[in-house]
Design a protein around this ligand. Structure first.
Ligand SMILES: Nc1ncnc2c1ncn2[C@@H]1O[C@H](COP(=O)(O)OP(=O)(O)OP(=O)(O)O)[C@@H](O)[C@H]1O
Length: 642
């Protein structure tokens, strides 16, 4: 008997239903079109030939994964339905719902709100958890795919994740990258190597090709990597440091054991260190500063964080300023020293011995973003009408940055994020031809080393940094000095021992015209010390006398020129010499006599005595106040900006 049209329709529907259930349970695409080589147990790796249009990610999924997803979705939908209908079944016959829909609507609302909240929380968690992976896709995987698709002749719809197996930490030393390549092998291996190295900004890697059999791929591993650690206590590292040129402190060890250093005379007078917290900024600074001290440099640590470099506190040749007023004064004094050196260099002429200009000076400026803000606020607070708007300390710093390398003044600047604004403009950033970057973001790299593109991926390896100079980046394991080793190295250099005695160097801040009249010293010594805060008592300070303890006699002689200044108006309070008891009772509120005695015995930065009254040692009030302001811990007399 012939089938009616209706029978045919029923048969067709039943057939579709059976196929649909079959595909559902087999985890196959519901439209029945196979687009990738995925099977029930194995995920797909490539698009099948002649497939057109977009291939969704689910097409690559193994059948069992698809089945699991479908069953979970079905279960979730049933739970909602159960909540809405079954729980309220006592009132939920169709007739009753029609007559009184409110309970059902309320149930649906509850379920809907719960589902929406779950979805929102789930989405937020998903976005947070996958942020790094999405960044990896956007910054690395997709650009590499775009470059490789043509040379490998991949179908347009290929999903990059299926053949580019790039771990999130692919820049770490032990990471392995794997790229599946078509088995036809009709591509140039050299070109593929080039593209992978360039697009992933890899250094020191080796490629291993696996082209036999069904699975064809290439693996990439780092083989020429810097050492995992470069500790100063290692005799080989110590030897390298000992052999380094005075003008070129060693920063670390690069790939294949290459020494990475920066020549302050030939390459880059100033260095910028940029790293997020815990990225090794203090260790890097310690490494450079202690080597320079070893060779007799003077180091000025300007540290608003107060406790960044305890190892340097009280060392000969180190001036440690923690208080913003002292940092302000110190920068101004250094600016003047720069100008003095310029004059000396002019007078000495082109063939002069650079050492005649004076000892090398290293200015170590901690946390530039915070320090610049504090300097600006401090100037805002003390500025008088007629004074320039911009902080003279910031001006002085900029001036030093623009001075030539022959003046032997170097700035080592530290930032968590060295934005152009923090430094006072993009052109200031340009003065740092050597930049050390560690634990950086893609944005930080683009800002600080745009000439090296693409940015090598940052690593979390302790002490691993990129040293950028001369248009290229060198991956480097920064030398690690413990605090004790840094102190030991800083104080055992022959020149450091020969350099001026025990007291930290302090700069004198004479008025600009007297400064310009100061003749160059034959020894190249720095001008002698200043004491009270210039900005708070500028008229007095401009001519003040050096404290007896702080300057070597030859320095004083060299600078006590008759033309230097009119007679100094006495700064009575700060220049008087007092015993510790009197200081505690009348001048240093909040510091007990016992604390002062303890500091005198234990703190190398405690000022030297200015005289004696009987058996009692006397100290300049100004020296004691300055010491108190710059103590590592909460300091009495700290310049309060609020
Ligand atoms: N070159 C290195 N070799 C070995 N370990 C290092 C190195 N540099 C840093 N580290 C490790 O990383 C830790 C953090 O380093 P460091 O204190 O220098 O970071 P930081 O950037 O100054 O941190 P913060 O911003 O919090 O002051 C150190 O205690 C040390 O254990």
């Amino acid at each position: 008997m012939a089938q009616t049209k209706f029978d045919k329709q029923v048969e067709k529907t039943a057939e579709s239903l059976v196929f649909g259930i079959g595909r559902f349970l087999a985890g196959r695409p519901m439209d029945g079109v196979k687009r990738t080589d995925a099977t029930f147990w194995r995920s797909g790796t490539r698009v099948l030939p002649k497939v057109e249009g977009r291939v969704s990610r689910s097409s690559y999924r193994a059948g069992w994964k698809r089945l699991t997803f479908r069953i979970s979705a079905l279960a979730a939908a049933s739970t909602g339905g159960y909540q809405a209908g079954w729980v309220h079944q006592d009132t939920a016959t169709a007739q009753q719902i029609w007559a009184d829909p409110d309970p059902a609507i309320a149930a649906l609302e509850q379920t809907g709100v719960a589902a929406a909240s779950t979805a929102a929380v789930g989405t937020a968690a998903y976005l947070a958890l996958t942020r790094k992976r999405r960044e990896l896709m956007r910054e690395w995987v997709l650009p590499l795919h775009e470059a490789l698709a043509l040379p490998l002749r991949l179908p347009e719809q290929t999903d990059p994740r299926r053949y580019l197996h790039i771990p999130r930490n692919f820049s770490e030393d032990d990471a392995v990258i794997r790229v599946d390549v078509p088995g036809r092998l009709d591509f140039s291996k050299d070109l593929v190597v080039d593209i992978i190295t360039t697009k992933l900004a890899l250094q020191g890697v080796t490629f291993s090709w696996h082209l036999a059999g069904r699975e064809t791929y290439v693996t990439v591993k780092k083989t020429r990597k810097p050492p995992a650690k470069a500790a100063f206590k290692d005799p080989k590292v110590r030897e390298i440091v000992a052999a380094a040129k005075e003008s070129a402190p060693v920063i670390g060890i690069g790939s294949a054991g290459r020494i990475v250093s920066v020549d302050l005379d030939a390459e880059s007078p100033h260095i910028l260190v940029n790293a997020s917290t815990g990225g090794g900024k203090s260790v890097t600074l310690r490494c450079i500063a202690c080597q320079m001290l070893h060779h007799g440099s003077r180091v000025f640590v300007l540290d608003t964080k107060r406790i960044s470099h305890p190892w340097a506190s009280g060392l000969p040749g180190v001036t440690y300023c923690r208080d913003i007023a002292d940092i302000h004064d110190q920068l101004i004094a250094l600016g003047m020293e720069g100008r003095r050196r310029t004059r000396v260099a002019d007078d000495l002429g082109i063939d002069a011995d650079p050492k005649a200009i004076g000892p090398r000076i290293l200015i170590l400026l901690e946390e530039v973003n915070a320090t610049m803000k504090q300097l600006a606020r401090y100037w805002e607070k003390i500025r008088e009408s007629g004074d320039p708007k911009v902080s003279p300390a910031i001006d002085a710093l900029n001036e030093i940055l623009y001075m030539g390398r022959q003046l032997r003044m170097h700035v080592l600047l530290v930032a968590q994020s060295a934005t152009a604004r923090a430094l006072g403009g993009p052109e200031v950033r340009e003065q740092f031809s050597t930049r050390i970057l560690a634990r950086y973001s893609v944005n930080a790299w683009r800002m600080l080393a745009p000439e090296v593109h693409p940015a090598p991926k940052s690593t979390k390896h302790h002490g691993r940094a990129q040293v950028v100079s001369g248009g290229s980046a060198r991956e480097t394991q920064v030398l690690f000095f413990t605090e004790a080793e840094a102190r030991e190295w800083a104080t055992t250099g022959t020149k450091a021992a020969a350099a001026d005695g025990t007291a930290p160097v302090q700069l004198h801040k004479p008025p600009a015209d007297s400064l310009s009249d100061t003749p160059p010293t034959s020894t190249g010594e720095l001008p002698p010390a200043h004491e009270p805060s210039a900005s708070r008592n500028r008229a007095a300070d401009a001519y003040n006398l050096p404290p007896a303890s702080a300057a070597a006699p030859d320095e004083l002689a060299a600078h006590a020129t008759p033309s230097a200044a009119p007679p100094a108006p006495a700064v009575v309070d700060d220049d008087q010499a007092v015993g510790l008891r009197e200081a505690a009772e009348h001048h240093l509120h909040g510091i007990t006599l016992a604390a002062l005695r303890f500091a005198r015995a234990n703190d190398p930065a405690f000022p030297g005595p200015a005289g004696k009254r009987g058996a009692e040692l006397l100290y300049r009030v100004g020296d004691l106040k300055k010491w108190a302001r710059n103590r590592p811990r909460a300091a009495t007399g700290t310049t309060d900006l609020d």
